[in-house]
Design a protein around this ligand. Structure first.
Ligand SMILES: [Zn+2]
Length: 295
């Protein structure tokens, strides 16, 4: 996308969202300045690489920036509008042909003739939860490969929707509160199951490995998040269990081997009892859960 189009989209977003214009419009051309070796703030923004070609691996750069910015919102930290501008650039570039494409130049020239329309700004856009982190490539699909005006609209609306989603309220929305309450009650009332998990997993020769896998769970102040993180790690623990089984069968079932095998298996089986809904697991990095808000 040409700088005229990046600036048109981003300046409209800044005024739509009441964010400062200057740093955002500076940010929205910065990734190209990095490519032209004219960057004065380094080649990375918040640790995310902006090097050329940024049409390469773009989705994972966008994802990293989204996660980083959302984490700041959850921690109550200040968001730098310049970084929001850089993110807008990457999202807007995803609405057009990559630089290497033969249609690139003509398409960009055509596109620069169009302006952001009032109707586009009035349309209602989706507000994303944590699911955006898993669906990013679908969200950013190239919708208007032959229509320059459509691509400008797409660049503007997608970057606006993503920025709004990042800056939305950090607290768990009403729609998920009921599921949370249900799950919290279930976990609290299954105290023995919870203790059994920790006992089998940590009175185990593999405890240091499990500790690394469970570190998010151990650091979590919210009970639902804690067991959500544990559930998320079940597959990795299953893979470890397969290795242990192979190893134990090779060393002819020593006592240590059988102990590791039995305790690891029991730990995994107990994990399946923690019924944390998928919708809550998806949003663990996106919202503050009630247990984290209590002082
Ligand atoms: Zn670019």
């Amino acid at each position: 996308m040409k700088w005229t189009s990046h600036r048109a989209c981003t300046s409209a977003i800044a005024s739509d969202m009441g964010l400062p214009q200057k740093p955002m419009t500076e940010g929205c051309i910065y990734p190209d300045q990095v490519g032209m070796h004219k960057a004065n703030k380094g080649n990375s923004v918040e640790g995310v690489n902006m090097d050329y070609p940024h049409h390469f691996d773009t989705d994972s750069r966008i994802r990293s920036l989204i996660l980083l910015l959302r984490k700041k919102v959850l921690n109550g930290d200040k968001i730098n509008p310049f970084v929001l501008g850089c993110l807008c650039h990457l999202i807007q570039d995803r609405a057009v042909h990559p630089h290497s494409d033969s249609r690139y130049q003509d398409f960009m020239e055509d596109m620069a003739r169009f302006r952001i329309k009032y109707e586009w700004r009035m349309e209602s856009l989706p507000l994303w939860g944590g699911s955006i982190l898993y669906n990013l490539s679908d969200v950013l699909t190239f919708d208007n490969p032959h229509n320059p005006e459509g691509a400008l609209k797409e660049g503007y609306q997608k970057s606006l929707a993503i920025l709004r989603s990042i800056l939305q309220n950090p607290y768990l929305p009403d729609g998920l509160q009921k599921r949370y309450a249900h799950c919290e009650l279930f976990l609290r009332s299954h105290k023995k199951t919870r203790y059994a998990y920790w006992m089998f997993t940590y009175l185990n020769p593999l405890a240091p490995i499990y500790f690394v896998l469970d570190v998010n769970a151990i650091c979590s102040r919210d009970i639902v998040k804690r067991y959500g993180y544990i559930k998320k790690r079940t597959v990795s623990k299953g893979i470890i269990l397969i290795y242990v089984t192979v190893f134990v069968s090779m060393i002819h079932c020593s006592f240590l081997g059988l102990w590791t095998l039995f305790f690891s298996f029991a730990g995994i089986m107990i994990t399946t009892r923690f019924n944390v809904p998928g919708e809550l697991i998806t949003n663990m990095e996106w919202y503050l859960f009630p247990g984290e808000c209590k002082q």
